[in-house]
Design a binder for this molecule. Structure first.
Ligand SMILES: [Fe+2]
Ligand SMILES: [Fe+2]
Length: 358
């Protein structure tokens, strides 16, 4: 991504944003977008976040801009929480006089011009680590909220997904996996890994951007239902008993129900969450779907999910090398899609050193 000498205003108050933009444009190019829109590919030098109707979305924007090393001014009445979370962000009250907003904003523009800024990273481990930390914070909020009965909005999910797609396109799957491996919550790490694999898979297959987003977002949310599984089962340091396994196997249906209750998630995302443990021969759960009844998007996420699980460390077993994990999955054909497994090897595993299958 390139950085341009422009100001980006992300605002849910279009009239105020237009007034601000008119004043800013006297000095530097300016663009306004709504909070539901993506971060433009040509990154701005400075951004204003004025999102007061949705605190979680505001936090997501600030975190995303921070991860991209963009100097940010946030207009908010919740400055305490946000200012603490991201120290590089300047905050003003949402009702601050426009002259004060402009003075602060131009100060940021000047500081970028004179070089007091971190240069946006190339494909580095530090950059991946930074993006992974942002995505990890989002995933943590997603699961904690789901555990408490509140599900994130599609826009919040998209913010997290964009960070992951950005990380994969800039840093690659290998660096991403190394970065997320350092995070200690196993479920969150798993969700970030599966989403990373899905992003790399979708990109490598050349899917249109909207499909890449859908795939990575569904992967990020696939185990959402685990937020409702008792911790003594979820974190058990050993194999589950049949009774515990039966509880664990309720997570796909729970996750899909949670998302259905929250309007705005598309049917394909719900299908992935409900059916990611189905097998092509009908031996999976919860519905025993078989063959053509399992959509492609689900099959893609299932492959990412199993590969990720096999190559993660568990309390009762070591992680498998990528090549061995893939060989094991090839042995699972025809329960898994052979063509997609071969494509996964070609477009994802080639980028991971130990992935060569004998
Ligand atoms: Fe699962
Ligand atoms: Fe999973």
């Amino acid at each position: 991504m390139t950085q341009t000498n422009t100001v980006l205003i992300v605002s849910d108050r279009p009239q105020l944003a237009a007034l601000l933009a008119r004043a800013v444009e006297n000095v530097v190019a300016c663009r306004c977008i709504e909070p539901g829109e993506p971060l433009p590919a040509a990154l701005p030098a400075v951004a204003v976040v004025d999102v007061s109707r949705n605190a979680a979305l505001a936090r997501a924007w600030v975190a995303r801009l921070h991860a991209s090393c963009i100097a940010t001014l946030q207009l908010t009445n919740q400055a305490d929480a946000i200012g603490r979370a991201v120290s590089a962000t300047r905050t003003l009250r949402a009702d601050a006089p426009r002259t004060m907003v402009l003075a602060t904003l131009f100060g940021l523009v000047d500081s970028r011009r004179t070089g007091e800024r971190p240069v946006p990273g190339a494909a580095t481990a530090a950059r991946a680590e930074n993006l992974a930390r942002v995505a990890d914070a989002m995933v943590t909020r997603v699961f904690e909220a789901a555990g408490a009965g509140r599900v994130l909005t599609p826009a919040e999910a998209d913010a997290g997904t964009e960070v992951i797609l950005e990380a994969i396109s800039e840093c690659g799957i290998r660096t991403w996996l190394e970065a997320v491996e350092r995070h200690d919550q196993q479920l969150y790490q798993h969700s970030l890994s599966v989403a990373g694999y899905a992003a790399a898979f979708g990109t490598g297959l050349g899917l249109p951007r909207a499909d890449q987003m859908r795939l990575a977002r569904a992967a990020l949310l696939h185990d959402l239902g685990k937020a409702k599984i008792p911790l003594e089962i979820l974190n058990k340091p050993g194999r589950l008993t049949p009774a515990e396994m039966a509880v664990m196997q309720t997570h796909p249906a729970i996750g899909a129900d949670l998302l259905r209750d929250q309007e705005g998630f598309d049917a394909q995302t719900l299908q992935v969450v409900r059916h990611h443990h189905e097998m092509l021969d009908g031996s999976g759960y919860p519905d025993g779907l078989a063959g053509a009844a399992i959509p492609d998007l689900v099959r893609l996420v299932t492959i990412c999910d199993i590969h990720s699980a096999l190559t993660e460390r568990r309390p009762y077993r070591d992680r498998l090398p990528h090549g061995q994990a893939h060989a094991l999955m090839l042995d699972m054909v025809p329960r898994l899609d052979a063509d997609l497994l071969r494509a996964f090897e070609r477009v994802v595993l080639q980028a991971i050193p130990d992935a060569a299958v004998a």
